[in-house]
Design a protein around this ligand. Sequence first.
Ligand code: KG4
Ligand code: ZN
Length: 330
Amino acid sequence: MGLVLGIESSCDETAVALVDTDRVIHAQRIASQDDKHAPYGGVVPEIAARAHAERLAPMIEAVLAENGTKLADCDAIAATAGPGLIGGVMVGLVSAKALAMASDVPLLAINHLEGHALSPRLADPELDFPYMLLLVSGGHCQILSVEGVGEYRRLATTIDDALGEAFDKSAKILGLGYPGGPAVERLAKEGDPQAVPLPRPLMGSKEPHFSFAGLKSAVLRAHESGEHNDADIAASFQQAAIDCLIDRLEHAMKRAPDKPALVVAGGVAANQQVRAALENLAGSRGMRFVAPPLALCTDNAAMIAWAGCERLALGQFDPLDIAARPRWPL
Ligand code: KG4
Ligand code: ZN
């Protein structure tokens, strides 16, 4: 058994978790900064970094105390080292380095995307490699073939906005709050998904990638035209987004066939309509559909600790001088 302390601070969630290689989450804390960023309609990097710096140390203490664990009892300290907002990433990584040095515990510098990619295996012991992963959040929009720890093949990414970002921007256009995804989903329930003709960017394209900027602009035009009610716009936007997701996944499945499971991660996985469409797609392909509990889908530290557990089991550690990376493709 190995025990890993995980730290996540790459966006607007400060999170700390204690997880072991037997998939037990012993303790965790997560502090959202939604209230701090809401007035700006998006995450403000400077505000995020300051909030991480204020909150992280007491949260680490609380998680260790809750489990009666001393730092020196941990087998590794895993922190997100990128990609993300560099100020926040540095707060987390520098804290982890200091703790690792002070308590003589090895450091694991985790790619945040690797955390998302491996977290479904924390929730589901039956999930073996390889699997196809749709990672859809505010910052990421990718299809990955997850073939092993450290073995990821990116099959598609977005050429402009991430899907969660498109939800957030559409919500802003419609005067809904931040984060926009849940608000758009709620409003869409009252609307007609066929009412507003919206584009499906890159649908049917030979290119593998996603694009959502044009869809968001079309939402703006539909709203400004005054011809449609907001619920219809929300429902039509959501439907267009789902159509794009399914089309791009089908494209990816042609290039990387025979994956036993389709897995979804990232905040947009909270969307019930998105989940239903993915489940349907998986079923039609004879694939198992795996959607981890929501708390593991959105940014959290258990996924970073778990990625650390997977690396610990392989004996992979990082040097204390490893740098934080704002951009770090898998
Ligand atoms: O994974 P996450 O917590 O943070 C990162 O962006 O990494 O994802 C947050 C994103 C936001 O863009 C939010 O609007 C979106 O996930 N989201 C949703 C829903 N819940 C959260 N999008 C669509 N429908 C939802 N129900
Ligand atoms: Zn994330």
